[in-house]
Design a protein around this ligand. Structure first.
Ligand code: CA
Length: 235
């Protein structure tokens, strides 16, 4: 499948000509004239990479970057017409994946796009391996590839949500994970419901994993912060 690039640029001539050239280079291209439209498109049809002009009417590229980060998760290359804007962007340390100053040589831009996509796919592959490796926390073992959980060798049946929640805690075993982090990791960055879903699923997990769910020894509540999964202390 063609790599999908979302190109956000208010200058119609540049938008058309670069979109045309990107398509000729084999990419699938969605264009937007404003960051607001682009975020809307990105939610419906997530891009693999965002080319983001900084000087835009409405929300500018600098303000839009964190939204692309949180909601889309794709790498972002900033385009800027002014050196001053570039300095500002660099000064803010927003962490775009690359920067290009207009006017640019399109071959240079294409090479930069390839480099950013390569880096992003290497990082994703590394994350994927980490995320799928089996985890052992005391007598609890969690195998994300097989989607199984064993407690002292006995299989425990969990719902997909319970499994994802336990896995998120196990990735940070021994450390506190905040309720907000759990919401983002398990329910997604766009989840806008109540944090109660975390408490409820923690309770269900405890009922399945704790000897006494009212006095948990594995999934520990850290008041006002979140939860910590720990190997049950030997008695
Ligand atoms: Ca512009």
């Amino acid at each position: 499948m063609a790599v999908h690039i979302l190109f956000v640029e208010d200058n119609i001539l540049l938008r058309r000509s670069l979109a045309f050239n990107l398509e000729n280079a084999g990419y699938r291209v969605t264009t937007a004239a404003t960051a607001e439209d682009a975020l809307d498109y990105a939610r419906r049809d997530p891009p693999d990479l965002v080319l983001l002009d900084i000087g835009l009417p409405g929300m500018d590229g600098l303000d839009a970057l964190p939204h692309f980060r949180d909601q889309v998760g794709a790498p972002v290359i900033f385009l800027t017409g002014r050196r001053r804007q570039l300095d500002e962007a660099l000064g803010l340390e927003l962490g775009a994946d690359d920067y290009i100053v207009k006017p640019f040589d399109e071959n240079v831009l294409l090479a930069r796009i390839k480099a950013v996509l390569r880096r992003a796919s290497r990082a994703a592959a590394a994350n994927n391996v980490l995320a799928r490796a089996p985890l052992v926390v005391g007598d609890l073992s969690i195998d994300p590839a097989a989607h199984t959980v064993r407690l002292s060798g006995q299989a425990v049946a969990l719902s997909p949500r319970e499994f994802a929640l336990l896995h998120a805690l196990a990735l940070e075993a021994g450390r506190v994970v905040s309720v907000n982090d759990l919401l983002t990791r398990v329910w997604g960055a766009e989840y806008e419901g109540q944090p109660q879903v975390v408490y409820v699923n923690i309770r269900w997990l405890r009922e399945k994993l704790e000897e006494n769910p009212n006095k948990p020894k594995r999934i520990i509540t850290v008041r006002g912060v979140g939860y910590r999964l720990q190997a049950e202390a030997a008695v």
